[in-house]
Design a protein around this ligand. Structure first.
Ligand code: HEM
Length: 290
């Protein structure tokens, strides 16, 4: 990482920290979470679409962390908010969450969005939305989200477009998601809030093994490839493989998840959001471990 990227990340993280009451040792977002281990087995056609080693190897070990986005360590898993799933599979990291699009296009806009939602001023969010109408789509999904019964029953999206490059050098821009083979119906908010505050973490061991399909979602001809705030109209999908999580187990060393840690055969997203995220995660880890 060059020093400009490092400064961007540090500055962003200082600003995020100012909107949060998380302790310095905690993640500023996605504080509550739990680890799992498993493996990834590619689909028969995956190696034809990308030369990434994870699609050529018969199986690759996976380290995963499930998380809840909001509320810090004192929050309740049944509170409104989305869930996250970060996986490290070989030389590929996917850092995903349960909304199909993101609220904003840059780290600076995320800070402004969080300031508006956390200010306590009822006029702040409408004012933000007048400046940033792109946030409406993700807010619509967030408003409809209901508490989940388990981390294992919901779809996680990587949001950005990644370029899958085949052996002939052809690139296909796709959005990647992890879809549960056994989706679970949502809980009523009151039902979820009656459970222990960390029920998603407590529940995980009983839900494993759990399987997710890694799916490549293809854009339609009119879709804006590199705007992570916009849904794609394209409905085509290609299965890339199965993630099987088999055990709850904390890794001996936390993998430094980075949405831009990508193998040959997978091109980095061209949006600004992914660059700001990558810089912020490195700075946030440094802050937590300082
Ligand atoms: C500019 C936009 C974003 C910024 C600045 C940001 C910032 C952060 C920060 C500071 C953390 C805590 C990192 C740590 O302490 O290790 C975090 C964690 C996380 N973020 Fe983001 N985030 C952004 C967008 C997103 C998006 C679009 C997604 C999903 C597609 C996402 C999913 C996650 C997940 C799953 C974690 C937890 C990772 C783990 O388990 O270690 N974030 N984010």
């Amino acid at each position: 990482m060059n020093s400009t990227t490092q400064n961007t990340g540090t500055h962003l993280v200082e600003q995020l920290a100012a909107t949060s009451d998380a302790a310095p040792s905690q993640r500023l977002l996605h504080a509550r979470g739990t680890w799992a281990q498993g493996e990834f087995v590619p689909s028969p056609g995956a190696a034809g679409i990308s030369t990434a080693p994870v699609f050529a190897a018969p199986r690759t070990p996976v380290t995963a962390r499930f998380s809840t986005t909001l509320g810090g360590s004192g929050g309740h898993d049944g509170d409104p908010g989305d869930q996250g799933l970060a996986i490290r599979v070989g030389d590929l990291d996917l850092v995903t969450f349960t909304l199909p699009v993101f609220f904003v296009r840059t780290g600076a806009d995320l800070v402004a969005f969080l300031r508006a939602t956390r200010s306590g001023d009822p006029a702040a969010l409408p004012a933000f939305l007048r400046e940033h109408p792109e946030a409406e789509t993700a807010l619509g999904f967030a408003a409809k989200a209901r508490p989940v019964p388990s981390f294992t029953g919901v779809t996680y999206h990587a949001v950005h477009a990644f370029g899958l490059v085949d052996a002939a050098g052809t690139t296909r821009w796709v959005r990647l998601s992890l879809r549960p083979l056994h989706p679970l119906p949502a809980l009523e908010p009151a039902e979820a809030l009656a459970l222990p505050g960390d029920y998603l973490t407590r529940d995980l061991a009983d839900r494993l093994p759990a399987r997710f399909e890694l799916t490549a979602h293809l854009p339609g001809p009119e879709d804006e490839l590199h705007d992570p705030t916009r849904l794609w109209a394209g409905t085509g999908t290609v299965p890339l493989g199965t993630l099987a999580l088999t055990g709850v187990q904390e890794p001996s060393a936390e993998p430094p998840f980075d949405p831009l840690r990508l193998p040959p055969g997978v091109l980095a997203p061209r949006d600004r959001l992914s660059k700001d995220r990558s810089a912020a995660y490195a700075a946030a880890r440094a802050r937590r471990h300082a």
